[in-house]
Write a protein that binds this ligand. Structure first.
Ligand code: SAH
Length: 507
């Protein structure tokens, strides 16, 4: 059985500059072979168990040579696997995609190529430079600056033509050959005053643009320490940058923001930070561990007809409960005669997604409020939560006692543990290192428990490292926990919401 290979252009770096087709290929891959210019965050989209092979570590001296990469891809496909080869930009723009495809063809391996946004065009765009413009350039030329090492002129490059076409010139891989490039262009008649831009890490939060003229380009690049990956742009379109630069004007452009995460709500925060040009660094603090093979839950589900109330107190609790129903061949109709109670809006949303409208949901998402609602039912004569009522509460281990205890006083409660929140230390080192390096602009806390969990994660002994970073708090209660830990709050958001936190940072 032969597998299949997708040669996929991953775009220039901005996470959202990937095609839908590219994303599909990432999601279905058994193996992903990627190099340093492809945004590694895409790997998060891969399916469980997908193998990741990095063939382009910039710092490594053991960078895999192209023929070995070709071989590797072919071998994986010959094992019957779906291989997605992720390349920065477009696979055919100095990406050696052609060579990879040729080998696959020779081996009889099926393949498809998915184009990507090349840095040569998209990277310029994010620097505010349109590659063509009716007043400036009616053609463009994308050239490799990776010239022959022996210094002899590369016969494939016609400098005379390039210097006189009046089109925009974009050199890729050109930093180490800059002197050669500018000298050749001037020698062949291009004006010394022609604007030049160096665009490094284009479309990423750390994009940096340096401008010069053809004459002083080399000097400026040395002085400003321009390093690869950089696009060298030559042409008067560079002058439009002042007007068309939208990306670097975004309110969080260039900012690195650590997002401490314990619940799904933070994906919105991450998303917004990216939209506003910032670099979110996600650090999960806790993870959910489901009780495996939960016989107790199965038993209670078998006895559902004896229950009159089901109380759900978290989204996780909802998902685990309904997944179990499904696993047992049941669906929401099993709850037809039961009153379903939700602790709050997020939990209700999850219940509604399973086809049920909760009968009861208090305004404030706390145990006390839910108890108050249920207690009131006791007082309504036609609808009484009686001593004979049986209440099922599937929920987390070590959840607060309050609700179960109080409801037990007026009815008959069965609590089933369905999951546990445990520390997630998968990113512990990354978090500590980032705090130590001091390159973070902000760290956000969106709940009191994330403060505690985060400190537990990094360890009391590392707590002081947090004082290097500006702390953003979502609201009063969270602020109190931060202060109680001997830390300072740089800014508290006005309203206790993610959007308000974003505003606080943007200001
Ligand atoms: N296939 C890629 C190019 C690969 S060659 C594409 O279509 O974009 C590698 C060179 O591309 C780098 O040396 C650099 O010159 C350029 N490059 C790629 N991504 C870049 C980025 N985000 N910022 C600046 N230059 C980039």
């Amino acid at each position: 059985m032969k597998g299949k290979v997708y040669l996929v252009g991953a775009g220039p770096g901005d996470y959202k500059l990937l095609t839908l087709k590219g994303l599909e290929c990432i999601r279905k891959a058994d193996v992903i072979v990627y190099d340093r210019l492809a945004n590694i965050n895409y790997l998060k989209e891969a399916k469980k168990g997908c193998e990741f092979i990095n063939v382009g570590k910039a710092s490594s001296h053991h960078l895999l040579p192209q023929d070995q990469i070709n071989r590797l891809i072919a071998d994986k496909a010959l094992e019957g696997k779906i291989v997605t080869r992720l390349k920065g930009g477009d696979p055919y723009v100095f990406g050696r995609g052609g060579e990879e495809g040729e080998l696959l063809k020779a081996e009889g391996i099926e393949f498809e190529v998915v184009p990507g946004v090349t840095s040569a065009i998209g990277g310029l765009c994010y620097a505010g430079i349109p590659i063509t413009h009716r007043d400036h350039a009616s053609s463009f030329h994308v050239i490799t600056g990776h010239l022959r090492k022996d210094g002899k002129e590369n016969p494939e490059i016609n400098w005379n033509a390039l210097a006189n076409m009046k089109g925009t010139l974009v050199f890729l891989m050109g930093v180490s050959n800059l002197k050669n490039i500018s000298e050749n262009l001037i020698k062949e008649g291009m004006s010394k005053d022609t604007p030049v831009a160096f665009v490094s890490w284009a479309t990423r939060y750390n994009q940096r643009v340096v401008t010069a003229t053809l004459e002083d380009a080399y000097e400026v690049a040395i002085r400003e320490e321009v390093k690869p990956p950089t696009l060298i742009v030559v042409g008067t379109v560079v002058n439009l940058r002042d007007t068309l630069n939208f990306f670097e004007k975004k309110p969080l452009f260039g900012k690195s923001i650590m997002v401490t995460r314990s619940r799904s709500q933070n994906s919105k925060l991450v998303e917004r930070i990216m939209d506003l040009g910032g670099n979110p660094i996600e650090i999960p603090t806790i993870k959910i561990e489901k009780v495996q093979d939960n016989k107790e839950l199965e038993n209670e589900i078998k006895n559902l007809k004896d229950y009159t109330y089901l109380v759900l107190t978290s989204k996780n609790g909802v998902d685990i409960f309904f997944d179990k129903l499904d696993e047992m061949g049941l669906d929401c109709r099993a709850l037809a005669n039961i009153k379903v109670c939700s602790i709050g809006a997020t939990t209700s949303k999850a219940i509604i997604r399973r086809g049920i409208k909760p009968d009861i949901q208090p305004e404030k998402a706390v145990g006390e409020s839910l108890y108050d609602e249920l207690k009131d039912i006791v007082n309504k004569e036609d609808n009484v939560l009686k001593a004979t009522d049986k209440v099922l509460i599937p929920r987390a281990k070590n959840a607060r006692e309050f609700l179960v205890k109080k409801l037990n006083e007026i009815s008959n409660v069965t609590e089933v543990v369905t999951y546990e929140s445990v520390m997630d230390d998968s990113k512990k080192e990354e978090a500590i290192n980032a705090l130590e390096e001091g390159n973070l602009d902000y760290i956000t806390f969106a709940s009191s428990s994330t403060v505690t969990n985060f400190i537990n994660l990094i360890g009391e002994e590392n707590k002081d490292k947090l004082s290097n970073t500006k702390i953003i708090s979502i609201g009063k209660i969270t602020t109190k926990t931060i202060l109680d830990n001997g830390l300072e709050v740089y800014k508290e958001s006005e309203k206790a919401s993610i959007e308000s936190m974003i505003e606080a940072m943007s200001e």
